[in-house]
Design a protein around this ligand. Structure first.
Ligand code: COA
Length: 370
């Protein structure tokens, strides 16, 4: 039996799914290539696609956006609770607690209506992130403007002014790219929780905990944390030379599934270059390229989506602590789609382990134990 054992379940199929797949290096959401979605759709359309079987038509999209808007206001108790959390608590920990907290005010009366509950959670998570951001800056949370895109709404509710079109487009793009990625660690966590017939809020809270780690969603923050120590491409070049010589792990690079490059990183990088140019911030692209060039050419380890995403968020004026929560704001849709799929065709997850502890031995009474 242990012959089939693969540490980290690498290469092991752990369930079937119709939500997404990586087909010959290309990520598909319900059959649609992410590249085409990024070009022709929006985050809301992707969210609808993931929660349903197909892309919405114009009427379906309008209804979906109205439903999202109807769920944006946070319960007063959630805002009050946000005020009680010490300022130094990391945003991912705050989000984990507050999703649990808002779960006590679930407005969806039908326990089985997880599609509607997912839309509500998508709106609430965006609101929690923005409200916390404002409270940390000594500002009161502000109400949403109905009709804005989800991405523009997040920027507006956090920063207090409606974003320019390019900023809203860039955030929208990252949300689309982050929305879903088949059986990654956090999605698998959500499915395992679902498989015990637990509820959607519990699954999302667990998934947030799994996403937080720097080997998963935390990599966008970690990647920017690395980049911001440099003032020029030259400084970055010297650092990466030393890092490679000392076999340091470079955040935002490498992937379990994409060994020849993460498609999503390539899509985002094109737009990131435009954003940097529009803001006269070419120095950041010099630093970005100085790290990327030897990673790709010498190590054959490619950027994953978190590498360009960290810098994109930085150039949008967002603080590092918000980056992984924004990943949550997108992935809530994929997690929910997987939860709904798992619940519809459930078998509890209960794998085996390979025992490596002591061999069979006898218990001696405490009076004679050395
Ligand atoms: C994503 C990640 C966990 C994938 O892990 P994995 O499939 O288990 O790949 P491994 O860790 O076995 O890596 C294989 C080899 O590449 C190296 N490698 C992988 N990612 C690397 C990185 N980011 N920097 C430097 N070396 C890296 C490993 O050290 C290993 O080298 P070795 O064979 O000499 O020991 C890993 O690439 C990583 O830790 N990346 C940094 C964190 C990150 O960006 N995470 C976001 C993922 S979307």
């Amino acid at each position: 039996m242990s012959d089939n054992y693969k540490p980290g379940l690498e290469g092991v199929i752990a369930g079937d799914t119709a939500v997404a797949c990586v087909d010959q290096g290309v990520l598909l959401y319900r059959g649609y290539p992410i590249e085409q979605l990024a070009e022709k759709a929006t985050f809301e359309e992707c969210a609808y696609l993931l929660l349903n079987d197909d892309l919405p038509n114009a009427t379906e999209l309008a209804t979906f956006k109205k439903e999202l808007d109807s769920f944006r206001a946070l319960p007063k108790q959630v805002v009050d609770a946000l005020r009680l959390i010490p300022n130094n608590v990391p945003m991912m920990d705050v989000l984990r607690s507050m999703v649990s907290m808002t779960g006590h005010f679930d407005p969806v009366s039908d326990p089985a209506d997880n599609k509607r509950r997912a839309i509500w959670l998508t709106a609430q998570i965006a609101g929690i992130i923005a409200a916390r951001y404002r409270l940390l800056n000594g500002q009161e949370p502000i109400a949403a403007i109905p009709g804005l895109s989800h991405a523009a709404q997040i920027l507006y509710q956090a920063q207090g002014t409606e974003p320019d079109a390019l900023s809203a487009k860039l955030l929208d793009l990252t949300l689309m790219l982050y929305a879903e990625h088949e059986f990654n660690a956090s999605t698998f966590t959500a499915r395992v929780i679902c498989s015990t017939m637990s509820d959607l809020v519990s699954a999302i809270v667990g998934a947030i905990g799994a996403l937080k780690g720097p080997l998963h969603g935390g990599a966008n923050e970690a990647a920017m944390d690395m980049l911001k120590q440099f003032k020029s491409g030259e400084e970055a070049k010297a650092w990466i030379k030393d890092a490679l010589a000392n076999k340091k792990k470079v955040m935002g690079f490498g992937h379990r599934v994409y060994k020849n490059g993460d498609h999503r990183a390539q899509i985002l990088e094109v737009e990131l270059r435009k954003l940097a140019a529009s803001k006269n911030q070419q120095v950041w692209m010099d630093i970005y390229d100085a790290i990327k060039e030897p990673m790709v050419n010498e190590k054959h380890i490619f950027p994953n989506v978190d590498y360009p995403c960290g810098l994109t968020y930085y150039l949008l004026g967002l603080p590092l602590d918000l980056y992984t929560p924004l990943f949550v704001a997108a992935r809530i849709t994929g997690w929910s789609a997987h939860f709904i799929e798992q619940a519809a065709n459930n078998r509890i997850y209960r794998p085996l382990s390979k025992y490596v502890g002591p061999a069979l031995r006898s218990v001696t009474p405490i009076s004679v134990r050395a």
